[in-house]
Design a protein around this ligand. Structure first.
Ligand code: ATP
Length: 416
């Protein structure tokens, strides 16, 4: 087991694209860290620089304390599993798993031993003599993982290994992955764009956007205390609702007020009451006294309940929503609609009440679980506990990249 450290790592491609901008990250020995973010945010490039499949434009990558910027992929003692399993079609599952060991001239008896052990861990013992074409997607994927395990590497790197599987298999294989990683206790960096997968697998998540780390934290920290609006909107299903407005703090009370509608009700803005929400003192602690006229309230879809017809209103915590779509999910349902500003919102509530489409639903919000953000897509959280997470901003642009000539060998072979 080794630690993996990235110190001010940048990647600028020859065409000038800055795919990774000043990433600082330490993955502890035996830790399972997930890099997560939308397509194009630089997570694969980061992983490939750790693997040695991509040159580093600036900064340093250390594996087990040793700088590896100039160490070829095959000498880094790491194993990588790609999205495409890249199994050799003419070889059996056993031969596919044994191939890398044969190349390294490991004695036959030891190869057999290692392959059988890995097959046992992965539940592949009965299919070792089968070729990839007669295996299911999930089994092929496990053979690819087995090929990595038999090498007994110091660390594993996974690049979206489950994304070729259908939704059901992906969820099942995800649980297997978790059990496996807990058993192997090998340092692992795992890349996915799927925030649910990231939440279930990682000891820690590294949320990336536009080549930079936005937040590092446990799945709970990142969900409960997002440092900015990007993280708040990216982590969580359905995504967090955002409402524009202002917040006023005086000695007695802190109150969010939804921005008054910009258009008349007949211009597509529903004729419902704008929200006024009293915030508990804990959330107000970091706010200045007086009024901030341009803020964004963040409300998770699961932090509200639908009020019954006879329940008395509580003006400083009830939200009115013009219901547009109701999606039953069994015990719960998703209510989609619009609030007074015309902004869209979604709430996941118990399916115990009937909520007709085109009616005005009254929802009681959990003010203690709300968040306030500065305006803009990356607006900082004004109510976050700063000790709960790390916000890392890129420093300065790197000097021009000086790429080495790339290798023509396939990527999995470069790591054998
Ligand atoms: P995805 O989930 O779609 O794989 P990602 O977060 O892994 O996305 P990267 O593949 O790391 O993102 O790409 C980051 C950025 O770098 C993107 O803008 C991408 O187009 C660009 N990029 C990646 N590889 C190259 C390359 N070889 N040459 C030029 N630009 C590249």
């Amino acid at each position: 087991m080794v630690s993996i450290e990235l110190d001010g790592v940048w990647k600028t491609f020859p065409d000038g694209i800055e795919a990774v901008r000043g990433v600082d990250l330490t993955v502890g020995s035996g830790e399972f860290v997930v890099l997560v973010g939308p397509s194009g945010c630089g997570k694969s490039t980061t992983l490939r620089m750790i693997a040695g499949l991509e040159d580093i434009s600036r900064g340093e990558v250390r594996i087990g304390g040793r700088a590896v910027n100039n160490v070829p992929a095959k000498d880094r003692d790491i194993a990588m599993v790609f999205q495409s399993y890249a199994l050799y079609p003419h070889m059996t599952a056993f031969e596919n798993m044994a191939f890398g060991l044969k190349l390294r001239k490991i004695p036959r008896a030891e190869i057999r031993d290692r392959v059988h052990k890995a097959a046992d861990v992965l539940g592949l013992s009965d299919i070792l003599d089968r070729k990839p074409r007669s295996l299911s997607g999930g089994q092929r994927q496990r053979v690819a993982v087995g090929r990595a395990i038999v090498r007994e590497p110091a660390a594993f790197l996974f690049d979206e290994p489950l994304s070729n599987l259908d939704a059901k298999l992906r969820v099942a294989t995800r649980s297997e992955f978790k059990a496996l990683s807990e058993r192997l206790e090998t340092t692992t960096v795992y890349v996915t764009h799927d925030q649910e997968e990231a939440m279930t697998l990682g000891d820690r998540l590294v949320v990336m956007s536009e080549g930079a780390i936005q937040q590092i934290g446990s799945p709970f920290d990142v969900f409960a205390s997002p440092v900015n609006r990007f993280v708040a909107g990216f982590i969580g299903t359905p995504p967090m609702n955002f409402f524009r407005g202002s917040v006023t703090r005086d000695a007695e009370q802190t109150t969010f007020r939804m921005e008054p509608p910009r258009e008349a009700p007949d211009a597509g803005v529903p004729n419902v009451a704008p929200l006024t929400l009293d915030l508990p003192g804990r959330l107000a602690a970091g706010l200045p006294e007086g009024t901030l006229s341009d803020v964004v309230l963040g409300v998770r879809p699961s932090t509200a309940r639908v009020l019954g017809e006879n329940e008395p209103p509580r003006p400083a915590s009830d939200l009115e929503l013009l219901v547009e779509v109701v999606e039953p999910l069994g015990a719960q349902m998703d209510i989609h609609g619009r609030v007074a500003t015309g902004e869209k919102a979604i709430f996941r509530v118990d399916a115990t009440r009937t909520v007709p489409v085109r009616s005005v639903a009254r929802l009681r919000l959990r003010a203690d679980q709300a968040h306030l953000f500065e305006p803009g897509d990356f607006g900082a959280c004004l109510t976050a506990d700063p000790s709960a997470a790390v916000m890392i901003a890129p420093a300065e642009p790197p000097p021009a990249a000086s790429p080495r000539a790339g290798s023509a060998r396939p990527e999995s072979a470069q790591l054998e």
